[in-house]
Each structure stands twice: as C-alpha cells, then as structure tokens.
Ligand binder design. Structure first.
Ligand code: GLC
Ligand code: CA
Length: 575
C-alpha cells in the first residue's frame, strides 16, 4: 500500500473554539480573542495542530456570529483584527496553524451590501441577494414566492416594505442569502471574506454550508410532505444546486490555490460518495475535505423534525462511519472524523452515558474511537475534558440559540392553539439532548466562580452545575483524567500515523448492537480497536489471525474475554 502524499492538514488534529464560550479575558462575561490567546499553550500541550475559530467577525449576533455584517472587522467585544494577528502568530510560533469560519452563503441584514441591495429595486447591488415579487392565493392574500421552510422554522422569505418584494434567507430573517450567480458578488466575497484573512496569515477555512450557494433558479414550490402547514422542508431543493461545483471550483482556483491553506466544507444532504468525491477529490480541486453530516445527524428526526430525538442505533452509526472511513480507498479524496461541534449536543450524552459512574469512562472510550479514525480529526472545545449536556432540569430560559427558541416557540404555539399538543414535549426532550446550546456553554477551566471562564459577575450563558467536578485544572495533574487520556491518545495517533491516520479501516461484526470493533491496516502493522457502547459487560475474543498485543484500554485492569461497560481497547500486531 502506498502512503498517501503528505499534506499537513491530513495528519492534523483540529480543535474547534467557540469564541463566546472559551475564555473571557476582560470580565464582561463573554469569551474573547485575548482569552483564547491566553490558552494557546494549553492547546499546544494537548497536542492540537490546528485551531479553528468559529465566527468572530462583526455581527449583530442573531445566530452567534454566523450573521456577519463586516467580514473585515472583528466583533468588538471579541477584540480587533490586530488581536487576530497576535493569535495567528501565537499559533505559528508553536508550529500550529489557525483557520477561520467562512460564512458566505449569507450575510447579516446589517451588512452594507444588503443595506444597499434593499434600498431600491435599481440599486447596483440589488441582484447580490435574491429578490422576488409576491404571489397571491385564491383569496387575494399575499404569499411568499415559494413554500420553503427555513432551517430555523418559518418561511425562507421575508417581505420588505420599502421595495415591495420578498428576499430569500435559508436561515434566520436576519441572514439574507447572497446571490452567487452574480459575479460581482462572488468577487467581493473572495476579496473581503477570504483574501483579507489569508493575506494576514490565516491557514484556511471551515466552509459553512458549502453546498447551498447555488439555488435552483426556477424557485418551484417544495413537495408537500407536511399537509398541515404552508411551509415545507425544502433543503433537497437548495443543496447541491445546478452551479454549485462551478462556484466551489472557482473559489478554489481564484483564491485557495494561491495559498498554502486547508479547507473543510460543511456538507449536508449529500449521502452519495461519488458526489462527495466531486467536492474533495484531489484532482477536482474544490475542497480538501468535508464534514459528512449523516453521522452527526444520526439521532435527529426528519428535515422538519430535527428535534424529534430518536436514540441512535449502533449498527447504523457503524455503517455511517464505515462508509466515510472507506471512502478514501481507491480514490484521491480525503475524509474527516468528528463527534461534536457547536451545532450539537455533547457526544457523551448522545452516544454513551453521562451518568456519574460512566461519564469519564465513556469520554475515554469515545476518545479512543476518534483518535483511531482515518482522516483528519476534529475535537470540539470541552470534549477533551468530557464536558456533558446541561442538566435536563434547566428551563428553556437558559437556552439562547435562535434555532432552539424558534423550534420551542413553534411547538408551544401548536400546543396553545390545540393544533398539535404532542409537539411541545417532543421538542423539549429533543432540545435536552440535541440542542445546540449544550456545546455553547462556557468552558470549564477550574472550580472557582463561573468555572474560571470569567472573572466578571455574569457569564453570557449559564455555566454547567457540575463544573467543580469536570474542569481543566482538576484534570491537568491527574494522570488518569479524561484530559490526560486524550493527550496520550493524540500522541499515540502521531506515533502510529501510518495506521491510525492513514490505515485501511475494516469493520468487524457489523450487526452487533453493543460493540464496535474494527481493524486498521497499514503497510507494516495493524491495529484492532474494540469499543463497548453498552453499560453491560460484553463477551469479546480477539481474532486469532494475528498476534494481537494489547496496547491500551481505558480500564486499569482489562479482563480477557470480556469488555467492561464502555470499555475501549487498542491492540496492535505486525502485519
Ligand atoms: C452552519 C453553522 C450553524 C449556523 C448555520 C447558518 O450550519 O454551523 O451554526 O447556524 O450554518 O450559518
Ligand atoms: Ca470578554
């Protein structure tokens, strides 16, 4: 087997930072760039190679900075462009790289481009966004140009009084979609959102909603799958639209190819590996890799019912992981592995157990899984210390996310009107497990007030009640902590990169509903990984085809023939 050609981003462990919640340096209760700079050594010690910072651009913060009003400015409470320069240097000085979020499917409605666009029908920037006339129903009522439901509930269209037309927004009203068909808009995006930062030394981008830039220009109604409502799930209509590959390719050729940088796209609704390859094959030159959302959405309900939680089924999770692990075999594409990000609940709660007796062992088992995956791995802040979801008792008032609140309010309205009283309990329960807020709670640094996240009186979001138990300061000196385990695993991953980063993945016993067992095969050696996803003890025998030697377990005294609750093991052998 030939080792794939070495690109720095292939072997990288990427660490995602959510600026509002990582570390507050000035006591205003909100995380900031200064706070992140003060923790760069912490990330370096952990074994992180690339820091990915979620949007820190100027923004009215309707969607936590994914609504950008100026790409070339930093949101003031977070800091300044010069602070980013310092941060980039701090990473580079330690041999680490630094990437930003690239959010160019939409801007904020407070972006100058949109303000101009909405000012009159003949403004030169009118067609930088999507404007459409109203339709009228049989009774003469004004209705939007299509029946599409937005990601954050409600319509994808908002009526604009000034110019008497609707504008399109796949997300919140305050996030109008840019019209990528307009060449001047594309060039402005390349300059303002990309070159501006790449020229300052930024090493690449996580590309937000990368397959939604090209909309089908006919703007047909979506098929009615929810007869009780006007708005219909329509993502299938605006993902992977007619010109999408042309746009992503142009972005690569005109901008990305001019720098030594990496791109990772957020790719939804693209289950077909052949199609994914069109984005990430090295020869296609569009993106370096993408997040395969089907693993991350495993326990979500359907397109409209995201928060109808359906507990994941292990064979399904294994199949999804296997699909993207094997994706690179025989192709020139690359893959990723992640379990958490800012759009999901914590992995311990979703895939293992956050009960006190299982919390740490679960975190370590999932760490074994992540660090033995082929591809580039992504760790989300707090995952390395085993942070868990907010307690179920927390009332809705503690939730801040626009998506959570819109879903909640929609369900509440259906309950109050008597239309569908079943929705509220379903959505409430879903939010307790899957809500985006769980990943957005302040980082738990130590056991002082507000978990050491802020020295001020009030963090912007409530700190987890368990922070005195789960925090960095407690785990750093403890060799048996989740944090120490992650460090050890990240070192192991580097040492055995031929196997763990590049090895051929093979799933064993696919139908087993309790254990996830796989091999990784390299040129000289092989690894066998066995993970117990259950609270009960499982029988387990290693295969006799090789002389497997146990390299590690998340238990002190692993027992032959058994896997303890949430135990994870790595064996190795010569090939
Ligand atoms: C992506 C982001 C999410 C955001 C959305 C709209 O999915 O990850 O946080 O709300 O795009 O920009
Ligand atoms: Ca601050």
């Amino acid at each position: 087997m030939q080792m794939p050609t070495g690109k720095w981003w292939k072997e990288a462990a990427v660490y995602q930072v959510y600026p509002a919640s990582f570390k507050d340096s000035n006591g205003d209760g909100l995380g900031d760039i200064g706070g992140l700079i003060s923790k760069i050594d912490y990330l370096h010690d952990l074994g992180v190679d690339v820091v990915w910072l979620c949007p820190m651009f100027d923004s009215p913060q309707h969607d936590m900075g994914y609504d950008i009003s100026n790409y070339e400015k930093v949101y003031e409470p977070y800091g300044t462009v010069e602070d980013i320069d310092i941060l980039v240097k701090a990473c580079h000085d330690r041999g680490m790289r630094f990437i930003l979020d690239l959010v160019v499917n939409h801007t904020s409605d407070e972006h100058e481009w949109f303000k101009e666009s909405r000012s009159s029908r003949d403004n030169p920037k009118r067609d930088w966004y999507f404007w459409k006339p109203a339709r009228y129903d049989d009774a003469g009522n004004r209705i939007p140009p299509t029946n599409w439901r937005s990601y954050f509930a409600g319509s994808t269209w908002t009526w604009d009084e000034t110019t008497q037309e609707y504008y399109l927004h796949l997300y919140a009203t305050q996030q109008p979609d840019l019209n990528w068909n307009c060449e001047a808009a594309r060039n402005a995006i390349y300059d303002s959102a990309m070159r501006f930062w790449l020229d300052r030394g930024v090493d690449g981008f996580r590309v937000d909603t990368v397959n939604k830039y090209s909309k089908p220009l006919e703007f047909h109604d979506a098929i009615i799958t929810d007869p009780n409502h006007y708005e219909q799930p329509a993502a299938y209509m605006f993902c992977n639209g007619p010109r999408i590959h042309e746009f992503v390719k142009e972005m690569h050729d005109k901008v990305i190819s001019q720098y030594d940088c990496m791109t990772v796209g957020e790719l939804s609704l693209t289950p077909d590996p052949d199609h994914v390859l069109r984005y990430v094959s090295a020869s296609a030159k569009q993106l370096d890799m993408v997040f395969h959302i089907d693993t991350g959405n495993m326990d979500h309900g359907g397109p409209k019912d995201k928060y109808d939680h359906r507990p994941f089924i292990l064979p399904e999770l294994k199949a999804a992981i296997t699909k993207w692990q094997k994706f690179i075999e025989g192709t020139d594409g690359w893959t990723t592995a992640f379990l958490e990000n800012h759009d999901n609940g914590r992995s311990i709660d979703r895939y293992a157990s956050s009960e006190p007796e299982f919390r740490e062992i679960s975190a370590k088992m999932l760490a074994i899984m992540m660090t033995t995956m082929t591809g580039t791995i992504f760790i989300y802040q707090g995952q390395e210390i085993g942070m868990i979801n907010a307690p179920k008792e927390w009332p809705i008032e503690e939730y801040k996310d626009i998506e959570a609140l819109n879903y909640y309010n929609e369900a509440r309205a259906l309950s109050i009107s008597g239309e569908d009283p079943s929705r509220l309990p379903i959505v409430t329960r879903g939010l307790q497990i899957l809500g985006r807020d769980h990943g957005r709670m302040p980082m738990q640094w130590d056991s002082t007030a507000h978990s050491g996240f802020t020295t001020g009186d009030k963090p912007w979001m409530r700190v987890h009640d368990l922070y005195p138990e789960i925090n960095v300061a407690k785990q750093v000196p403890d060799e048996k902590s989740v944090l120490s385990f992650w460090k050890r695993m990240l070192r192991l991953r580097k040492e055995y990169r031929d196997l763990l980063v590049y090895g051929i993945f093979d799933l064993l016993d696919p139908g087993n509903e309790k254990t996830f067992v796989y091999t990784k095969t390299g040129e000289r050696r092989a690894a066998l990984v066995a993970l117990n996803f259950d609270q009960g003890v499982q029988d387990f025998e290693v295969s006799t085809d090789k002389e497997w030697k146990l390299v590690l377990s998340n238990y002190d005294a692993p027992v032959a023939g058994k896997l303890a609750p949430f135990e994870g093991r790595v064996y190795m052998s010569a090939n």
